[in-house]
Each structure stands twice: as C-alpha cells, then as structure tokens.
Write a protein that binds this ligand. Structure first.
Ligand code: UD1
Length: 350
C-alpha cells in the first residue's frame, strides 16, 4: 500500500531567527508548514536554527540574506520554488535608535517590504502577513483601542515605518496586485518559549521593559528604572497590554491559514493582537516578583520621552474573526521570561 504524504506548504519567514520570528517558525512547523527562514543576523544568531530544531524536531531551511538585497531575494524565490506566503518580521525596531538614525530605519524597513511586494507576483506568492504595531494608534482617544481607531502621527521614525508600510501594502493591493495581506498590530510581546530554548536576546543594554527587568533580577543590571509615576493612571505608571510571544506566534499561523484557505473578507485585513488587559509597569513588577519569588531592585525615575501613557487592545475582532485568543496567564509568561534568563546564564551567554 502506498502512503501519499501531503505536500507541505512552504512559507517564507523573514527575520525568522529573531525574537518573534523564531517562535513563529516553531508554531508554523508544528502546524505542518515547511519554513524557509531568511535573516541577515544583524540582531540574532544562527544557532537559533539549532534551537528551533531541538524544540520541533525539524530543521527549517535557513539562508543568511538581507531583505534589502533584491537580486538575492529574487534568487531565493527561484531556488525555493512554490513559496505560498510570507511572514515579514525582518526590521529594525529600536525606537531611540530610529530617532538618531532615521535613514537607516526608513531604508531597512521600507525597502525590505517594497522588495518583497515587488517579487511576490513574479514568483506566485499569494499572501503576506506584516508585523505592525499598536504604535500606529499613538495615545488612543478611547480605550481599549479597536482596529477602527484613527492612526496618529508617529512619535518616532520607527513608528512611522510601521504606518507607512501599512499604507504601502494597501496602495499595492489597491493598484490591483494579486496580493492578499494581513496586518497584525502587536501590543507588547513578552516572555519566552516554555522550553527556555528560545527567547528575546537584545544586543547591549535592553531598551524594553522585560529584558531589562530579568537582567536586573539576575544581577547583570543594578536597578530597573520605572519611567514615571505621575501619569494619569491608577498607580501613576504607564499601562500596556503585554502579550505572550507564543500566543502571538500562533496568531501568525492562523493568519497564514486564513490567507491560504481564502477566508479573508477583504484583501487587506487588520487585527489587534493583544490580551485586552492593561497592566501598569508597577503591577507588572509585582506580578514578576510574586510569580517567580525573585525580588527586584527598582526605582522610580522621570518619564521617558515619547512614551504613550496608556494603551491596551480591544481584541474582539481577532477573537471572533480569527478564532484566536491570548491564552497564557501573565504569571506563566513572566516565569517563562525568567526561565529564559536563567538558561542564558547557564549557557554562559549573559
Ligand atoms: C515600544 C514601541 C513599540 C515597539 C516596542 C518594541 C512605541 C510607542 N512603542 O513599546 O511600538 O514595538 O517598543 O521595541 O514606540 N519601561 C520602564 N523601564 C524600562 C523600560 C521600559 O519603566 O527600563 C516602561 C516604559 O515606560 C513603558 C513600558 O515599560 O511604559 C514598556 O516599555 P517598552 O518595553 O520599551 O515598550 P513600549 O515603549 O511600550
């Protein structure tokens, strides 16, 4: 008797060795997709591919490639034929750096997307999932924020690249290009894979809250600075919607299924990917201490320029339309971030 194995559908993941990318590759492989990763390794390491293999038992295809390299991308699509869809993570993402080096950000983040969109029809790639951000809402007038809230002028070149990229996708689709797109607006992704083999590994001093917090808890940093306790919030610190990175990764698999199964209601769809729960910086610190039993050294300092006071998602549209929901508790998420930090020390990395 012959058993015909169903052909696995091939997905390209740009930035696939990065933080959110690597977790998404795991979930795609678990869901039966074949993954081709490209990454220029500017902010990640090739050994992430080994760890993806350890977690899933499957080694994804990996090519070191920069999305700015149009010819390289063209060759890649010819080498790995039949790519059905792309998840485009590859981007520069440090808000402060983007203010200092705007052209670097505009070039990296805009040209990469333009190159991919230009090559998709030529190589028969049907769809793209784009990593957008709640930063497009600025400080929303109403909370929780829905996808219909107006976008506000970006606070940084980084934020502006997310807005412009959303518009580029819409304009290309409006022009008649045979491209289906889903824009996922992430809130604040945190945590690590439960295996502690994958997680966030920032270069240098972390700018984001959780890596700075776990590095402080383990003794790499002396003190966590809480940026402001005089905001118009119950405890005075800023409020965000912290979303578990594995839950976030799963949203991408559902988005890919939706595109390939032709279930979209419009050629470009937008979804908020958050929990619907706002937590203040101080609440998050206390939740970390309670769920890990580790005491954190922190101090209140002045506000950080450009910070939004409070933002959290209304995820109803994603919940109802995608059938996706954030599932992991904040306690499990914070424990996973801590376990990852401990594992990094065991591996002698940090
Ligand atoms: C920012 C961007 C977001 C981007 C993300 C990833 C904006 C408005 N948001 O999110 O688009 O996707 O970075 O790079 O541009 N905090 C401290 N102490 C610290 C670090 C942070 O108190 O040492 C506070 C911040 O004031 C903020 C919260 O923790 O209230 C979260 O900060 P962070 O992790 O940097 O993310 P965002 O600024 O929300």
């Amino acid at each position: 008797m012959f058993i015909f194995a169903q052909m696995k559908q091939r997905i390209l993941v740009t930035g696939g060795t990065g933080y959110i990318g690597s977790h998404t590759v795991v979930e795609l492989q678990n869901a039966g997709y074949e993954v081709v990763i490209i990454d220029n390794l500017a902010n990640s390491n090739a050994d992430v591919v080994d760890n993806i293999e350890k977690v899933t038992g499957i080694r994804p295809i990996f090519e070191k490639l920069d999305c700015l390299d149009f010819q390289g991308l063209d060759n890649l699509f010819s080498k790995y034929t039949g790519i059905k869809a792309i998840i485009h993570f590859a981007a520069s993402k440090a808000v402060g750096e983007s203010v200092e080096k705007p052209l670097l950000y505009y070039r990296n983040n805009l040209v990469s997307l333009i190159n991919l969109l230009e090559l998709m029809p030529k190589h028969g790639v049907e769809g793209i999932v784009f990593s957008s951000s709640c930063t497009v809402y600025g400080q929303p007038d109403e909370l929780p924020v829905t996808e219909n809230a107006p976008t506000k002028k970006a606070e940084s070149p980084y934020g502006n690249t997310k807005q412009i990229n959303e518009e580029i996708v819409r304009d290309v689709v409006t022009s008649g290009a045979p491209i289906n797109a889903i824009l996922l607006r992430y809130f604040n992704p945190i945590g690590a894979h439960p295996s502690a083999l994958l997680g966030e590994l920032p270069n240098g001093v972390p700018q984001n809250l959780i890596p700075f917090l776990t590095q402080t808890a383990i003794g790499i940093r002396e003190k966590l600075s809480v940026f402001g306790n005089d905001y118009n919030t119950p405890d005075g610190s800023c409020i965000r919607d912290y979303i578990n990175v594995v839950d976030l990764a799963k949203a991408h698999v559902i988005a890919i299924n939706r595109i390939l199964e032709k279930k979209q209601k419009e050629q470009v769809e937008v979804f908020n990917i958050g929990t619907g729960r706002g937590l203040s910086v101080l609440e998050l610190i206390h939740a970390f201490e309670e769920s890990t039993g580790v005491k954190l050294n922190y101090q209140i300092v002045g506000r950080r320029a450009g910070d939004i006071e409070q933002v959290w998602a209304n995820p109803d549209y994603a919940n109802n339309e995608l059938g996706w929901k954030a599932e992991t508790s904040i306690e499990d998420t914070l424990r996973s971030a801590w376990n990852w930090q401990v594992k990094l020390r065991e591996r002698g990395i940090q």
